[in-house]
Design a protein around this ligand. Structure first.
Ligand code: ADP
Ligand code: MG
Length: 636
């Protein structure tokens, strides 16, 4: 016997065909559910009050055909390909029951199976609506500013560079940059954080967020299919198709399990018959066992739990890109954090500038600022800002090079210039004083043509959420490790404030990878970074978490988990949510196996009826596990 290929579930109520879930077909299903309910109930009443077998049989057959509108054709199509799935088993059970003189039970099998199907459809439709609901946060129309005045157009037709107007209280339709006006925006639809963020000319705003107080004009920077919001939706949607190890295991087991059930049921018929029961009785028991043993309930319960959990997190600004990560998160024992921009604000302030070898302060800032304007590192922002404040003009740099975890080099008007840390200076053979390694703070050494011309000392402040996050993690028994490319003195300073369990300083990007890999031995680990200089470490970790990705296209795509905002306190919550999800998955597996085993034992003992098998063993269990799983989406 052939079974459905890996990746598809064993039963129809598990294997959903997208197009069947459209609204019209749901309505048709409801109509047929109503019709088969009436037919089936009338058949029972006739049996109880009138006992006219002809009418009972006719009504039962009608109920089977109506309820089996999709199940029977699918079962027969499968059987034709020697591909026995649950649809075939149910069809077989219903008709076999008719033949052995149990028409009402045959009808019950088909009818209740159909209803269970319908409810599962609804559950997956609800999860899908949750995801689609995110997208509906963005308005359908925007008000474009054109030469002929304001024009309402659908968001899809908004083009790059066009300007649209958003009034207070309205939602923003597309990602863009404010070109006129000031306002504050509630970004909670994307970040989960409802404290309004103030926006002025030059600031980026996102589709789906709510404009609070001012009227603003916004220049489109992303088409409606490319906004952060629509990328979140498509990533969450993709996440539904990635399966966790437990899911894969369950699906593998259930593939073996279905043929075993068929064989066991057949054996049941033969054995009971051999023990002197009537053929009718023997077949009835075999059918009961068959119906009970459908693995649907636990096959469906896992994806429903996972997707509910993913949808729930997405609403609070945390994007988990697949159920495999939920499983890994739930087992995590170590969280490694990048320092700059992750544990610290990443907004550095220049503390002081010292000059060397006769250079002026202006010259030092000119060299460093010119180089840093090409870099994206938090250091560069601080340096270029100071240059601007001090009205130092910046030059163009030829053959610019950013050396990850070290600094930047290039040429300005023929002079070879370098700005970076001690390691970079040593590599370039540039002499620098070594009396400044005791104080906390990041030193950027600046050199021209092989000579040290000055040092810029910067300080970063620790993120206020970091302390709490690390405390919460430690209360959960999870260790935190800080990895940094910055110097030892700064690392000690930050490690003390935050009370991390362990830190490693002076790491180059590839050494961060080694540090992350050495953690692997201790169990599942997370790496939390801001995506700057830490992409390799992210790739090497079991689960990578990128922070503040609302503004960073790359981090949103590459990390396994994306925090839309820089809120580190989401990390312990994320792990707790993953643990809760996995415990629900395990509950569901245990409950469905338990109930099914009990009904199966009753069936073997001849004590279970087909009613019990379908009503409790199949539909009852399915409902129970789905209801349990949906609790995850309802949170928050
Ligand atoms: P962290 O691990 O703290 O995030 P990085 O790996 O990003 O730090 O950088 C490590 C060190 O390399 C920095 O502390 C700094 O000394 C130096 N560095 C990196 N990028 C630059 C840059 N653009 N300009 C100057 N120095 C830099
Ligand atoms: Mg960094």
């Amino acid at each position: 016997m052939l079974l459905e290929s890996e990746g598809e579930a064993v039963c129809t109520h598990c294997a959903k065909h997208e197009e069947e879930d459209t609204k019209t077909s749901m309505n048709e299903k409801y109509a047929l559910a109503g019709l088969s309910s009436v037919t089936w109930v009338v058949a029972i009443l006739v049996e109880l009050l009138w006992q006219n077998q002809l009418i009972v049989y006719s009504l039962s057959i009608a109920a089977i055909l109506v309820a089996g509108r999709w199940i029977i054709p699918r079962g027969l199509r499968g059987a034709a390909k020697i591909h026995l799935d649950i649809n075939f088993l149910m069809t077989f059970a219903a008709f076999a029951a008719l033949i052995i003189g149990a028409p009402l039970e045959g009808a019950a099998a088909m009818y209740l199976f159909f209803i269970a199907n319908l409810l599962e459809d609804r559950a997956s439709a609800q999860v899908r609506n949750d995801i689609q609901g995110l997208l509906e946060l963005a308005p359908q129309m925007i008000t474009l500013k054109t030469s002929s005045g304001l024009v309402e157009v659908p968001v899809e037709s908004g083009q790059m560079g066009e300007v649209f107007v958003v009034k207070p209280g309205d939602r923003i339709g597309l990602d863009g940059i404010v070109v006129s006006g000031t306002t504050s925006v509630n970004q909670s639809p994307i970040t989960g954080e409802s404290v309004p963020v103030s926006k002025q000319v030059g600031d980026t705003v996102y589709a789906g967020t709510i404009n609070m107080d001012g009227s603003v004009e916004i220049e489109v920077t992303h088409l409606s299919s490319e906004t952060v919001l629509s990328r979140i939706v498509s990533l969450v949607d993709e996440a539904r198709s990635k399966r966790s190890p437990t899911e894969k295991l369950v699906s593998r087991i259930s593939h073996r399990y279905t043929p075993m059930v068929v064989l066991a049921s057949a054996a049941m018929v033969v054995v009971t018959f051999a023990f002197g029961f009537t053929l009718q009785d023997a077949v009835y028991r075999g059918l009961t066992l068959l119906v009970t043993s459908c693995p649907c309930a636990f096959v469906i319960s896992i994806p429903v739990s996972m997707v509910s959990s993913i949808a729930g997190s997405a609403r609070s600004g945390v994007l988990v890109k697949g159920s495999e990560y939920i499983e890994a998160l739930s087992k995590s024992s170590v969280v490694a954090f990048d320092k700059t921009g992750t544990l610290t604000e990443g907004v550095l302030q220049v503390e002081n500038i010292t000059q060397a070898n006769g250079a002026t302060r202006e010259e030092v800032l000119h060299i460093a600022g010119s180089l840093e304007q090409y870099s994206e590192h938090p250091i560069s922002r601080a340096v270029t800002q100071l240059a601007e404040i001090e009205r130092v003009t910046l030059g163009t740099v030829d053959s610019f090079q950013a050396i990850a975890g070290r600094g930047v080099t290039g040429e300005i008007g023929g002079d070879k210039v370098v700005a970076g840390n001690r390691g970079l200076m040593q590599e370039k053979g540039i002499d620098i004083p070594d009396n400044d390694t005791q104080k906390a703070g990041t030193n950027v050494y600046v050199a021209k043509n092989g000579n040290h011309v000055g040092t810029i000392r910067l300080m970063d402040s620790v993120r206020h959420t970091a302390r709490r996050a690390i405390q919460d993690l430690s209360a959960m028994g999870i260790r935190s490790v800080m990895l940094t490319g910055d110097n030892e003195a700064t690392a000690v300073h930050v490690a003390k404030i935050l009370q991390v369990d362990e830190y490693h300083a002076d790491l180059l990007p590839h050494e961060k990878v080694e540090a992350v890999e050495s953690i692997t031995d201790e169990g599942t680990h997370l790496f939390v970074g801001d995506g700057i200089n830490d992409a390799p470490a992210m790739a090497a970790s079991d689960v990578s978490v990128a922070m503040g990705v609302i503004g960073s296209d790359l981090a949103l795509e590459t990390a396994d988990v994306a925090l839309m905002e820089d809120d580190l306190e989401k990390i312990p919550i994320l792990i707790q949510q993953a643990q809760k999800t996995m415990s629900i998955v395990k509950q569901n597996i245990a409950v469905s196996i338990g109930i099914k085993a009990a009904v199966a034992i009753l069936a073997i003992a001849g004590l279970a009826t087909l009613w019990l098998a379908v009503g409790v063993g199949d539909m009852g269990v399915s409902l129970l596990v789905i209801a349990n799983a949906l609790r995850l989406a309802m949170r928050r």
